[in-house]
Structures are given as C-alpha cells and as structure tokens.
Design a protein around this ligand. Structure first.
Ligand SMILES: [Zn+2]
Length: 296
C-alpha cells in the first residue's frame, strides 16, 4: 500500500524546528516526501483573534493548541510584523530539496490567505503566488514544481491564476482521485492531487480518537489500490507530536505501507475523469474547504 506524504509548513517555528526533525526521521525508512513551504511573513499569531470565536476556542482546548504550536507561534505577527520565513530560513528549505524531497509552494502569507481568500481578486492572488514562487526560486535555484493552498482554500480565480505558473500539479482540495479541475466549463491542464486522509487536529478528540489510538485509526483509513494522500504539519508531527509520528512510521512500515512524494502518484493514478471543485464543511475544521465534486 502506498501513501502520498505531504508536509505542510505554516510557520517560522515549523520551518526552523519541525522540518529538520522530520528530515532526520524520514531516512530511517528511506522515505521521500513533498514539502510545501510558507515563505513570506509569519503572521499566524493573528489567529489569536479567532479565539474570540467559540468553535475555535473549543478546538484550541481540544487539541491543546498552545502546546501543539507554542506560544511564540500564537503571538507571531500580533504585536509586531512577522519575519519573512524564506529570507531567514532559506538554508533549511534548500537542505530539504538537497535531501531529495519534492518542494512546493504552500503560501506567501498563510494567515492572510486563509482569512481573506474570499475577498482577494485575481491580481491579489497572482501577486501572492508570485511572491512565493519568486522567493522559493531564489532559494532553490529553480522554480518549485508544485503548490498547495493553505487550509484547502481554493476557488476558480486561484485555479486560473495557478495555471500561469509552471506547476506540475496542485494539491488544493480534499477528494478521492487525481483529476483535472473544471473551471467555468473549461478543463484546466494542471492536475489536482487531493488529500484523502484527515489531519491530526481534525480527528483527535472526536469519537473516541485519542493520542493513544490515533496512529492505528489513521492506518485503518489507508485503502489498498486506491489513492491515499496524507497531510502532516511541521508544527505538529515535526514538533509536539514527533514521538507519535515516529511510531506511526514504524507501524506503517510493519504493515507494508510505504510513503512517496505526491508527484510519484501522478504516474500511477493519472487523472482520468475531470471534476469540479466545490466548497464544503468537513468535520473538525472551521469554515469551508475545497473538495473534489463527486463525478456521477
Ligand atoms: Zn498550512
């Protein structure tokens, strides 16, 4: 059984500590993966304001967000401008590429994208993508060859603007199979590789899933002969939950589950049916996320 492994890096702290931790762990099982970096300002601390919303407060308590992310993350960008992650930590991003992992763009400004995408026009979206691609290109010496929007927040404008960049594929939604997205009746050429499995913060604390049985639960969702794509976070599995993630890799190895960069899945599960992308609410996540529409 094969699982596409995607590592989202949202913050300065996740890049500085979580990425090197994960990069030390993966070679134990000869795993190569896809890392999606946020390279612009770290304003994730502005999420603090969302504490005012009861659902978010509940989620913070349920997942012990302060211990998951660290108070420095929660405060970043709240009282002072956030640092440019790619400028300060480009060496870590470059070393990740040198280790043979696939490198993609996650965001220029993760917070702003997640909070304001509904109000961003084509120009703002292109500008944000372009700043991220430009800085990543400087760091890597070549453009990133894939991308994944923050928080699975994509729309028709985003998909159209992305097609102006040389991405081999995008991973902007949840779904079941690799597909070419239909936007305004037209099929775009950049394939979507959707995430099929839930993230840690979406399931722990719900329906009897705990830190103790999470690994087993997650492995039970991996389906043979079907597309499996898992997202982990440098801030979570790379820092606060790294012991648990290390055991997860060991358990997966024992069960014959292997992990690959998402690009590798393109060869085996190449897109057959086109599909639309729709907004949906999913359990454990606040607000809407982009989902592959069911092809009837
Ligand atoms: Zn993210």
């Amino acid at each position: 059984m094969k699982v596409g492994l995607r590592i989202d890096v949202d913050t300065f702290r996740g890049t500085r500590l979580g990425v090197p931790n994960i990069c030390r762990l993966l070679p134990k099982y000869s795993i190569k993966a896809s890392f999606f970096f946020s390279v612009g300002p770290d304003n994730m601390g502005r999420n603090l304001w969302r504490l005012l919303r009861p659902t978010f407060l509940w989620k913070m308590l349920r997942t012990k967000a302060s211990s998951l992310y660290g108070w420095d993350i929660l405060l970043k960008g709240t009282f002072w401008p956030g640092p440019l992650i790619g400028e300060k930590l480009g060496g870590i991003i470059h070393a990740t590429a040198d280790a043979g992992h696939e490198i993609g763009l996650h965001a220029w400004d993760h917070y702003t994208w997640q909070a304001h995408i509904d109000n961003m026009d084509s120009k703002a979206i292109y500008g944000s993508l372009n700043k991220g691609v430009t800085l990543l290109t400087q760091i890597l010496g070549k453009p990133p060859d894939c991308s994944a929007v923050p928080g699975w927040k994509s729309n028709a404008l985003v998909l159209r603007e992305k097609s102006k960049f040389p991405f081999r594929y995008n991973s902007d939604c949840r779904g079941e199979s690799i597909f070419r997205p239909i936007v305004d009746g037209r099929e775009l050429t950049q394939p979507q590789i959707p995430v099929t499995l839930p993230t840690y913060d979406e399931v722990v604390g719900y329906e009897g899933v705990t830190d103790e049985n999470y690994n087993e639960y997650l492995l039970s969702l991996v389906k043979p002969n079907e597309l499996n794509v898992l997202t982990i976070h440098a801030e979570v599995e790379g820092i606060a939950c790294r012991g648990m993630f290390s055991r997860f890799l060991e358990m997966a190895h024992d069960k014959g589950v292997s992990f690959v960069p998402l690009g590798v899945l393109l060869r085996e599960y190449h897109p057959t049916e086109p599909a639309a992308i729709i907004k949906k609410e999913i359990s454990g996540r606040e607000g809407w996320v982009s989902c592959q529409a069911q092809t009837a």
